[in-house]
Design a protein. Sequence first.
Length: 201
Amino acid sequence: MMSWTRPPKLFRYIYPHSKWECWLEQDILFTFDDGPGPHTDELLNLSQGYNIKFAFFILPQQAQKYPEIISRIVEEGHILGSHFLKHRNHILDTKAIFSHSLNESIQKIEAISRNTIHYCRIPYGRLFPWQEKWINDCNCQHVFWSLDSKDYLHESAESIVYRIRCKMQIKDIVLFHDGENSHPEIVKIVDECLKLVNFKK
């Protein structure tokens, strides 16, 4: 997906089987890609303090590095999803290669988490419409985002929080990252953004 802060609503018609809005019984869904990582445990602490659930789209190699965090994610009732086998561009994959990447990642994550994986997110958000059907053929549902924090640009924490403050709406799915190269102040950023969720109610 091109780097829009808020993807055009036309995309919801192009990808009708993906999730675009928070489907949990809460106002906003904060989602984290590329993890788990060194900050994930602190993010989980925040979720407890605010009584809110997150969604984590994880890479199998990261799950293998942090199995205790994977267990905590599941035990505390968060969404655990696949970010595919490797963090690469899948846009030119054949169906066989694409499906292998998704299915293999799910098998590895399920073995570590002892939890059934129902959701996934393609790396970079780059997905052809027919690939969405391939995901459904793997008994999985794709989750996009409706608001991109752009934390991967490593701007100041204040700039990222300001972006969220100006753009966030009820039922948004917000994109963050918690992998090894995540923003060094991601916990502070998420904390400040969670305060805004109450403000937006």
